[in-house]
Design a protein. Structure first.
Ligand code: G6P
Length: 611
């Protein structure tokens, strides 16, 4: 989620680009860089924040065309050389990139054999050398044609902005999987990965769609599709109220974020999951994959909803990757004297990347010699910066206090890591990994099909709005979902709710069951179905009210339940990504019915920065 900005017009590009980079710094700030055109190409870049870059730039760095970048490293550690922009061997082309080039190794080998030299550890550098090689071979081509031709050879996700000293009247941009927009000004144009970076200069923006390329000039822009056909693009007006834009017409951020999940899960998968090849690429972990493959034990530390994801991670890593896992509440871990053995790996999971206990657990683990990797949503957050490596969720800003899209993002990323590890370790049959990878690719549309039936959940919520207690039961992969469902309800509706392993119910909570008690049963894993059926019978025998969440194929559970919501069929390990959605909706509708402040529940905070 790097930040990209570009400017062409009558102002000093340096000033516009630096300002834009500061606005987008939340997207990543382990390094920053700028390229200016002024009779030639002038690149300044360094490790660190935009402030550090600013101190390297002086008033002599002039020019009316420039591009800039803020980076959170994926391929290659954050250092001066790996910072963007990257330049061609001729020193004439510079580009900034957001995304991951999956086939960078093979491209690099080919380009090296053609005589091009590489200096960084990034995937990005192959792109600039590739553009250069196409131009070297076809000097008659315009910059945009050369870029278009080269893009056909690049697999993966990208948002590119490119400048060339011999074409000083233009910036070329192209996107596939990474956002880019054009800010349309009067006698000036901007490009950016984020509207916040252009809002100061114009309220007119053109959003580029997948596979599009644009030629940006001071007074015009031309957008082409991948077949080189010119497109007429809609010019959008940036509305004044930022909050309004962010809610996108939904009454609450939480509902918007629930409904965003088909997209946010796709975003977590994009550039990483390749169903055609049956492979998974995690750029943020590529340098530490050997360490992960050889580790005997993984510890996962987190808080709140992120802890529920961590628990799911335990089940998943053991099941698929055959690695022993311990899950820790970060707040407990930090005050214990945990035993860390050589080779142990610690994962910390955090939406905000700022939770004080999780940050402290991270530091404690590091102090004790562990390698610590992050699964984080907010780019450039403390946890993202302090971990040795990691994977971002790409779920976008989560504003509702009750976490929804971050949970499914975390579960998605954990699944990618577990399957990838299993493949690297050789402990999974190809047929099984292919099956899971293909099923994972179908999850976003399956989530959409659940959301399309949200009315059914609302009807159930209407019936139980004033229940004083709820019990949530699940086994295996559905147990963390039961905990998460109960937490969602507690957080925003203030109804007491407990999540329990279904069989453990007999050791206490069963005493609470009577004809007033709604019992939400998550019967979503096939391998525990018979046992869940027995648990449902036990609840029914005590007149508990069964609300079940189960696969559309599970006739038996449907018939046993007073209320039922079906989810599409999928692999057991992926079922939490589907079964949690109706539980998020249930808590939302109950809370709304009760008149609660859904987005800002009492006593809670989004980012807990105190212990
Ligand atoms: C707070 C939030 C929860 C979140 C937890 C951990 O309690 O309200 O939604 O799960 O913190 O936050 P993190 O940002 O570390 O995931």
């Amino acid at each position: 989620m790097c930040g990209i900005i570009g400017y062409i017009g009558n102002k000093q590009a340096r000033d516009v680009v630096l300002k834009g980079l500061k606005r987008m710094e939340y997207r990543g700030y382990d390094s920053a860089g700028i390229a200016l055109l002024n009779g030639g190409l002038h690149v300044t870049k360094c490790k660190g924040k935009v402030k550090a870059l600013e101190s390297l730039i002086d008033s002599k760095d002039e020019g009316f065309v420039g591009i800039g970048h803020t980076r959170w490293a994926t391929h290659g550690e954050p250092n001066d050389v790996n910072s963007h922009p990257h330049t061609s061997n001729s020193g004439k082309i510079a580009l900034v990139h957001n995304g991951i080039i999956e086939n960078f190794n093979s491209l690099k080998q080919k380009l090296e054999s053609e005589g091009y030299s590489f200096y960084s550890d990034t995937d990005t550098e192959v792109a600039v050398k590739l553009f250069e090689s196409v131009l070297d071979k076809n000097p008659e081509l315009s910059l945009e044609k050369a870029v278009q031709l080269a893009l056909g050879q690049i697999n993966g996700a990208y948002g590119f902005a490119i400048v060339h000293a011999d074409f000083p009247d233009r910036i070329i941009v192209s996107r596939k999987g990474s956002p880019l927009l054009i800010g349309v000004g009067d006698g000036e144009m901007l490009i950016a990965s984020d509207a916040s970076a252009v809002a100061e200069y114009t309220d007119k923006v053109v959003y580029l769609d997948e596979g599009e390329l644009a030629v940006i000039q001071k007074d015009s822009y031309q957008v082409l599709d991948s077949n080189d056909v010119e497109l007429t693009k809609e010019v959008h007006e940036l509305a004044v109220s930022l909050e309004e834009i962010e809610k996108g017409g939904f009454p609450h951020f939480m509902l918007k974020e629930i409904f965003e999940q088909p997209k946010t899960i796709s975003d977590s998968l994009r550039g990483r999951l390749n169903p055609d090849l049956g492979t998974i690429t995690l750029g943020g972990l590529s340098n530490v994959m050997d360490k992960l493959v050889n580790t005997k034990r993984i510890i996962i530390a987190a808080c709140g909803t992120s802890w529920h994801s961590a628990l799911f991670g335990e089940y998943l890593f053991e099941w698929l990757a055959k690695i022993s896992v311990e899950v820790e509440y970060a707040s407990e871990f930090r005050y214990r004297d945990p035993l860390i053995n050589e080779g142990d790996v610690v994962f910390v999971i955090s939406q905000s990347g700022e939770t004080a206990d999780t940050l402290a657990a991270l530091r404690k683990a590091k102090e004790k010699g562990a390698s610590v990797y992050g699964i984080v949503n907010v780019v450039g957050s403390s946890i993202a910066r302090e971990t040795d490596a990691g994977v971002y969720l790409h779920a976008g800003p989560e504003i509702g206090v009750a976490s929804t899209k971050a949970f499914t993002g975390q579960v998605t990323v954990l699944t990618l890591i577990a399957v990838s590890l299993a493949i690297h370790k050789g402990v999974i049959e190809k047929a099984e990994s292919d099956r899971i990878i293909n099923a994972l690719a179908r999850i976003p549309s399956q989530v959409q099909s659940i959301l399309d039936r949200s009315e059914q959940i609302k009807n159930i919520a209407d019936l139980f709005t004033y229940a004083p207690n709820f019990l949530y039961l699940g086994r295996s992969f559905s147990f963390p979902v039961a905990l998460e469902g109960a937490l969602k309800l507690k957080e925003i509706s203030y109804i007491h709710a407990e999540g329990y392993p279904a069989a453990e119910m007999k050791h206490g909570p069963i005493a609470l069951i009577d004809d007033m008690m709604p019992v939400v049963v998550i019967a979503a894993t096939k391998h525990t179905n018979d046992k869940m059926v027995s648990n449902i019978e036990e609840v029914k025998a005590r007149k508990g009210r069964i609300i079940s969440i189960t696969s559309e194929k599970n006739q038996e559970v449907k018939e046993l339940s007073e209320f039922n919501f079906t989810i599409p069929d999928t692999e057991d390990v992926l079922s939490p990504l589907l079964s949690v959605i109706p539980l998020q909706l249930l808590s939302y509708y109950v809370a709304v019915n009760r008149g609660a402040n859904v987005d800002q529940p009492r006593n809670l905070a989004k980012s807990v920065t105190v212990e």
